[in-house]
Ligand binder design. Sequence first.
Ligand SMILES: NC(=O)c1ccc[n+]([C@@H]2O[C@H](COP(=O)([O-])OP(=O)(O)OC[C@H]3O[C@@H](n4cnc5c(N)ncnc54)[C@H](O)[C@@H]3O)[C@@H](O)[C@H]2O)c1
Length: 353
Amino acid sequence: MTNPAAQPTIQLPAQYVDQIRPRLADRRVCVTGGAGFIGGHLVDALISMGAFVSVIDDLSNSSAELIGSAIDRAPDRVRFVQGSILDPGAMGSAVEGAQTVFHLAALGSVPMSIEDPSRNWTVNGTGTMRVLQAAQNAGVERVVYSASSSAYGNNPALPKLESMAPEPESPYAAAKYGGESLMRTWSACYGLDTVSLRYFNIFGTRQAADSAYAAVIPAFVTRYLDGKSPTVFGDGEQTRDFTHVSNAVAANLLAAVAHKPMGGRVVNIGAGVRTSVNELVAMIAKILGTQEIKVDYQPDRVGEVRDSVSSVELAKSIIGYEPATNIEIGLGQTVKWYVDQHGQNLAAKGESS
Ligand SMILES: NC(=O)c1ccc[n+]([C@@H]2O[C@H](COP(=O)([O-])OP(=O)(O)OC[C@H]3O[C@@H](n4cnc5c(N)ncnc54)[C@H](O)[C@@H]3O)[C@@H](O)[C@H]2O)c1
C-alpha cells in the first residue's frame, strides 16, 4: 500500500484552477526535482490539472516514495526518469515532447554549499545550463525556474524588490542567482522563454525533517514531538517571509500559463509578511496547545541573512499571483500533518516491536 505520507495534501484556490486547467490539460510538462518537497506538490497539482508529467530526479535528496505514489495514482500521466540533470541523455529523455519545463532540481542547503562549493556550483549552476540546453533542443516553449530570495543577501532594505541589486552571500545564493542570469540569457540568445520565481522561505507538509540541514518548521515540530528542544541559530529575532508551499505551486502554474512572454524576468514569490523565528516558535507552540517551547539557541550560521520579506507586487501584475494561503492557515495544516505522521510512526514502531 502507498504510504499515506505521500498522498496529496494541498489544494489550490478555485479561481486558479479555473484559469489554469484549460491551459495545461493533456499537455506534456517536465518537472526537474519532482521527487522533492516543492516539486512533489507541483507534480500532484499538475496531475490534478490533467497534464502529462515527466519527472527527472536523481533522488539525491528525496526517496522514490512520493513519485511512486504519483505513478500509482495516475500511471498513464506520470513518467519518471531517475537520473541527473547533468546527464544530457537523461535530460533529453525527460523533456521529450514537453511544452513547459519547471526547473526545481537543486542542492538546497546553504551550509552544504559553504562546505562544498564545487558540488553546489556543478548542480545548481552547470545543471541549470544543461536543463536550458535540453529544453532548447526539445523545442520547449517556456522554462519556469525556482530561484531563491537568498540572491538579495544582507541588503538591509525591506521589503525586497526585484529592482534591488543582488548581493549573494553564500555559494548557494551565488549559484541560484547565476541560474537566473542563465534564464535571462537563454531568452535573449536562443528565443526560449523563461521566468525566474524567487521563492522566500517555503514551508509545508512533506518537507524533510530528518537531515542536518532540515528547514526550520519541520525541524522545530519534529524535535518538539520527540521531546527535544528545537535549535535556533542566533537570537531568534531574525525575520523571514514564511510562505506556504501551495503559494509556490500556484506561482509555478500561473507562470507557466501566462499569455505574455516572460523574457527571463525575475519575480518574487512570498507571502509579503515578516515573521521572526521566535514568533514562529510561539505560533507553533499555540497550534500544539503548549504554553512555551524551550529553545536551544546556538551561534549564528555563516551565510544566513538577517531579515527578509518580499514585495509581491510584480508577481501580482505579471502573473496574477496572490499569496492565497497565509502563514496562520498554512502553519496550522502543516503542524497538524507532522503531528499525524509522528503518531503513525510511533504506532508503526509499536506494532513492529
Ligand atoms: N524550500 C525553500 O524554501 C526554497 C527557497 C528558495 C528556493 N528554493 C528552490 O526550490 C527548488 C526546490 O526546493 P525544495 O525545497 O523542494 O528542495 P528538495 O531538495 O526537496 O528538492 C530538490 C530535488 O532535486 C533533486 N536533485 C538534486 N540534485 C539533482 C540532480 N543533479 N539531478 C536531478 N535531481 C536532483 C533532489 O533529489 C530533490 O528531490 C530548489 O531549486 C531550491 O533551490 C527552495
